[in-house]
Design a protein. Structure first.
Length: 255
């Protein structure tokens, strides 16, 4: 059965909205992307480690830059049990854990992160205790923090952290995804709630653009960036094995 004209129209509207957001972050976040890419390149070149953290659906963007074909091999997932993905039961537990005080400090204290490393923290709203405390504690430990968030939440919502602050307030560099409060790009007659979230599309693109710029920066310095190849192309596993052997002390997802 062919889709109706209304369904085709909504699909097109979603693509238009996503493309518009991508164009906006490309045009408005160039300086921040360059700064973030430089921080990543500096850390790789100096022997540091790279980590990414996100809770709930924000974890999708963190996972997308870890052990990724075409990605930097040194990016590691900083996982908080119960908040990465929706496989925890009930799924609402992950949202509840984002509001628990003290969890971020416990995770960081037992992680391999050390001063001089980079931590990318992804949180669309940036208002919950977990991402705010993750950024605060990471900076206190001497890490450089790159936050990926929608800055508008700080003006249209209230923080859920005791300090009243948002993720953006505790970052060295902020990448603004420009996503509207509520993360729903579409409305339609007969659909009671707004729909069509675009945060995953935009946040993934922001981070992949940053990683691409970091690879280019390293190459410009004469430093061969440790990139992974797809295991589904001939020679990919052998290539990755050599990268793992050379950089094994900075890669934690193989242990």
């Amino acid at each position: 059965m062919s889709p109706t004209n209304g369904e085709n129209k909504l699909a097109g509207q979603y693509f238009d909205a996503a493309i518009g957001l991508l164009e906006r972050v490309r045009d408005e976040e160039g300086a921040a992307i360059t700064a973030a890419a430089t921080a990543v390149a500096d850390t790789v070149e100096s022997g540091g480690r790279l980590f990414a953290f996100g809770a709930g659906h924000s974890s999708l963007a963190a996972q997308d830059v870890v052990y990724r074909a075409g990605g930097l091999a040194l990016m590691n997932l900083l996982a908080v049990p119960g908040v990465v993905g929706v496989d925890v039961m009930p799924a609402t537990l992950g949202s509840a854990l984002e509001r628990v005080d003290g969890l971020a400090a416990a995770v960081l204290d037992t992680s391999p992160a050390r001063p001089g490393d980079v931590l990318v923290i992804i949180s669309l709203s940036g208002r919950n205790a977990l991402p705010v405390e993750m950024a605060m504690n990471a900076r206190a430990l001497g890490l450089k923090v790159i936050g990926v968030t929608s800055v508008v939440y700080a003006t249209e919502t209230r923080s859920r952290h005791a300090s009243g602050t948002f993720l953006k307030d505790h970052c060295d560099i902020v990448l603004d995804s420009k996503i509207a409060v509520g993360d729903a790009e579409l409305t339609a007659e007969g659909v009671a709630a707004p729909f069509g979230p675009a945060s995953s599309v935009v946040t993934n693109a922001l981070l992949q653009a940053t990683m691409a710029a970091a690879a280019g920066e390293l190459a410009a310095r004469g430093f061969d960036p440790p990139m992974l190849r797809s295991g589904n192309v001939d020679g990919g596993h052998e290539w990755n094995g050599r990268v793992f052997e050379e950089y094994g002390d900075r890669i934690f997802y193989r242990r």
